[in-house]
Write a protein of this length. Structure first.
Length: 261
């Protein structure tokens, strides 16, 4: 763990906080490295059922990458090469994580911050949040994973407008195009998000993992989709102790106590 990236586990909910408030939580290479380890850690913790991503302070979720690193001794090519390496490792960590991820967004969600939000399964935004990918104004190139993630969320036409124009979208616009799931009052953001996370955490982990895997497969070309993996996960649900518990709880008119087995 680093002071710029914080992990708090409260029962079944793990909260990862990007904490670089002096720079609006701009993402450093050190934070990228730590995030890979942190995602793997919550994956390995059987008590964690939901992961929440958020930013420290009142100004931003993550306001992009820390471009000041380009002013150091390392060349821009070296910095970008290292960032790409950790992005590949982070992509593998996210793909391995079968637990749902919720992004709790306030303020600026720009560039690398929006890329992180797109790695989440659900995005909850406070009124006043702003979203953009300013790569076209900086001359940066985006890898296919991020473009695919954006297009999966908003469709190819809106992805094109966001990438070509590089303009900022309001929270209301983000909701309208499907970039976020909900927009709430800033004072209610944490309460709303944590209530949703708690609701998800009460449900059957195996079913949620199978559903997440199926949804993620839709990002891939049909020939690349691993239908057998999704079918195996669905079949495991039908053989699970949680299925029996869910049926028993329904008959007894009580909340189920799922174990993930």
């Amino acid at each position: 763990m680093t002071s710029e990236l914080l992990l708090d586990i409260d029962g079944a909910i793990a909260t990862i906080t990007f904490s670089n408030p002096a720079k609006r939580n701009a993402l450093t290479l050190h934070m990228r490295r730590a995030l890979v380890s942190m995602v793997n850690k919550v994956h390995d913790d059987p008590a964690v059922r939901v992961v929440v991503l958020t930013g420290d302070g009142d100004e931003a979720f993550v306001a992009g990458a820390d471009l000041s690193e380009l002013a150091g001794d390392a060349t821009a090519a070296e910095i970008l090469s290292e960032a790409e390496q950790f992005d590949a490792e982070l992509a593998a960590a996210w793909d391995r994580l079968e637990k749902p991820v919720v992004a709790m967004i306030h303020g600026y969600c720009i560039g690398a911050g929006l890329m992180l939000a797109l790695d989440a399964d659900l995005r909850i935004a406070a009124e006043g949040s702003q979203f953009a990918i300013p790569a076209a104004r900086l001359g940066l190139g985006l890898g296919p994973r991020y473009v695919e993630g954006l297009a999966a969320a908003v469709g190819s036409s809106w992805a094109a407008e966001m990438l070509f124009s590089a303009r900022r979208l309001s929270a209301a616009e983000a909701l309208r195009i499907g970039l976020v799931n909900h927009v709430v009052d800033p004072n209610e953001l944490r309460t709303f998000t944590m209530a949703l996370a708690a609701e998800i955490a009460q449900n059957a982990p195996l079913t949620i993992a199978a559903s997440k895997a199926a949804i993620r497969q839709l990002r891939l070309e049909p020939a690349q989709r691993d239908r057998a993996r999704v079918e195996t996960m669905a079949e495991a649900c039908m053989r699970s102790a949680d299925l029996a518990e869910g049926q028993t709880a329904f008959r007894e008119k009580r909340p189920p106590r799922f174990t993930g087995r």
